[in-house]
Design a protein around this ligand. Structure first.
Ligand code: B12
Ligand code: SF4
Length: 474
């Protein structure tokens, strides 16, 4: 009898009640509310699918269409044993507030708080100091699962790769990094049935006239762009098989029938062979889709663009970030601006909507470079483009470059990285006008080309005013 009791104590393990969530509240974010292109947190749904595969019961609370009060009410109502957050730098502030709520609430402060996602690798210490218990760096599926099992059975935390945590004496333990998953096909498809995907589809349809679902086919990017965060998937390039991808697409069409897909991959055309096999598999499984993807001009050719078109690509985003080769080189983007122009033109020639991204305010960029960017946009004439101000994400080479020039009052708990300022070539306000100048100058040019004279005049006027303000504030 004695022996049985000892054995029972030895094996004692508790089932943890797990809640997976994130801290993005669409209605509380005016900027994202303007764009209104919400997508579910795919990484979280990958974790959820993996837990299901391992028969680990859990709940997912998708915050996108809810409020922070809803999440707090959910916590008070269910009192989980552990909560897993997806964190990026934009959601950090919301997540810290929720953690504070958990820590201050008597009924909740037992909860083990686990964080993963792109923001946590380089801010692990900060998060631990602000109430988190565990930080999962890199790919989260296996690490999160092993952590839960270890917590349930009081297992050895030291053995869990990819984990950072704090001992009672305050010492921070950083376990060995977990090796990247080589075979992505072993992962189950994201657990979209755990959330109400129709809210996303309806929002898209209502606002943009079509619905869209995200799918991930690759992990990692071996390129070197200085401002880009590689905190999760590193510099590798790993890809699912076309068979697996097409099977997922097919099941999504059968379940949700979206109008389009967005491949969230960093460089969709990294391998032409993969695109060929993808095309063959779509034919084999008799699937017609329409999709949008992102790539680099040096990973494109006219032949490849035609192949993309044949597989259903309707919008192709080709990154350049600047129209000035000098700035592109400073960014270590490793692409020729002329290639970008050519590929935008070729995509348009084949009736694929071409988009491009522009970043202003990169260290070393001068007013002449901004003029070059305007010229570049006029020549390449993309169907759509976005402009943002360069900001340093911790862990990137850009961050290291501007580290000593960061604004003094940068408060990690209150400032998302995109608001961090550093000493730039010109004053901060100059760039607000520069962004307006670029948009309006290019829109004016495009309006004239399309014989929309009234639009031309309006944009031209705005461009002139913005140019004047640039001169006054530089
Ligand atoms: C698609 C995408 C978007 C889409 C959709 C966002 C969404 N809801 O999914 C849109 C356009 C809306 C978007 C917006 C933004 N994005 Co974005 N986006 C991406 C992109 C290209 C793919 C994301 C993705 O689905 N990846 C695939 C999944 C499987 O990976 P994952 O989410 O990282 O998940 C893994 C791990 O992080 C971890 N994990 C994830 N969640 C959890 C939870 C727990 C508990 C644990 C333990 C582990 C864990 O395990 C997962 C599986 O291995 C990434 C780049 C990239 N390659 O990942 C950038 C990226 C995530 N975005 C980024 C940024 C900066 C933004 C914005 C802040 C930009 C802005 N507007 O200023 C906004 C934030 C919006 C928001 N709502 O939070 C940065 C994040 C940098 C950082 N350190 O925070 C990235 C990394 C781009 C980059 N290289 O710089 N984005
Ligand atoms: S910007 Fe794109 S190509 Fe450059 S490193 Fe990031 S993911 Fe790779």
């Amino acid at each position: 009898m004695h022996q049985i009791i000892i054995l029972w104590i030895w094996n004692e393990s508790i089932d943890m009640r797990i809640l997976l969530t994130h801290g993005f509240f669409l209605a509380e974010d005016p900027l994202e509310g303007q764009v209104m292109k919400p997508y579910p947190p795919l990484g979280l749904l990958y974790i959820s699918a993996y837990l299901d595969q391992q028969n680990l019961d859990h709940d997912v609370f998708d915050t996108t269409f809810r409020s922070s009060d809803d999440l707090k009410a959910k916590l008070l109502d269910t009192k989980p044993d552990c909560i897993g957050f997806y964190a990026n730098f934009l959601t950090r502030i919301n997540i810290l507030r929720i953690i504070e709520f958990i820590r201050q609430h008597q009924d909740l402060n037992h909860i083990k708080v686990i964080l993963g996602g792109p923001d946590v690798r380089y801010h692990a210490e900060n998060y631990l100091e602000n109430g988190a218990d565990f930080i999962v760096v890199g790919e989260g599926e296996v690490t999160f699962y092993e952590l839960i099992r270890a917590l349930e059975s009081r297992g050895d935390l030291k053995k869990i790769e990819g984990l950072i945590y704090r001992l009672k004496n305050g010492e921070i333990i950083r376990n060995k990094d977990r090796a990247h998953l080589n075979d992505l096909d072993i992962l189950p498809f994201p657990n979209r049935q755990k959330i109400d995907l129709s809210q996303y589809l309806n929002t898209w349809k209502h606002r943009h006239g079509y619905s869209s679902i995200t799918v991930s086919t690759q992990r990692g990017c071996p390129f070197t762009c200085n401002w880009c965060s590689h905190a999760v998937f590193g510099d590798t390039y790993r890809r699912r098989s076309p068979v697996s991808v097409v099977s997922e697409l097919k099941s999504l069409v059968e379940t949700y029938n979206p109008d389009a897909f967005w491949f969230v991959d960093d460089v969709f055309t990294m391998s032409e062979r993969w695109i060929d096999q993808f095309g063959e598999e779509l034919k084999k499984q008799q699937l017609n889709i329409r999709y949008e993807c992102i790539t680099r001009a040096d990973k494109l050719s006219e032949t490849l663009i035609l192949k993309l078109k044949n597989t259903g690509c309707r919008t192709l985003w080709i990154g350049a970030e600047s129209g000035s080769q000098h700035v592109i080189d400073l960014m270590d983007r490793r692409v020729e601006v002329t290639q970008v122009r050519d590929m935008i033109q070729v995509a348009k020639k084949h009736d694929i909507e071409a988009g491009t991204f522009i970043m202003l305010g990169y260290p070393g960029e001068k007013i002449e470079d901004i003029r070059e960017t305007i010229r570049h946009l006029k020549i390449s004439d993309p169907d759509t483009f976005t402009i943002n101000l360069a900001y340093p994400i911790k862990g990137t080479r850009l961050y290291e470059t501007v580290r000593s020039d960061l604004q003094q009052d940068y408060a990690w708990t209150k400032t998302p990285d995109r608001e961090i300022d550093f000493r730039r070539t010109y004053r901060r306000i100059f760039y607000d006008f520069a962004i307006r100048k670029v948009y309006n100058e290019v829109y004016a040019y495009q309006s004239l080309k399309r014989k929309k004279y009234l639009d031309f005049m309006q944009h031209r006027l705005k461009s002139m005013v913005a140019g004047l303000l640039m001169q006054l504030t530089r």
